[in-house]
Design a protein around this ligand. Sequence first.
Ligand SMILES: [Zn+2]
Length: 98
Amino acid sequence: MKQCPTCNAKYLGKRICHRCKTDLGVLTDIEDSAMSHLEKAVAAFTMRDFNMMFFHSKRSCSLRRTPEAAKVLACASLLMSKFNLAVDEWSSVNRLMR
Ligand SMILES: [Zn+2]
């Protein structure tokens, strides 16, 4: 998060917006959870547990869709023979990077 979604003030890393006092903690918790699931997906890949990789990468993408999360989900989908999802996710990477 680069700015407060309520007032567009620059995000300073605190749970409460310094300008409008919006509680940003819920959003940062979601971002943290998405990152945690992405890390677990990568760890599952190194353990060759592609079911867990798919589960965690899908969860990460549902919480916060980033180009990195979409790439990991595309790879996990491919490894799980979910070819249509793999193509869709890989296609979404280019849209996310614009
Ligand atoms: Zn604000």
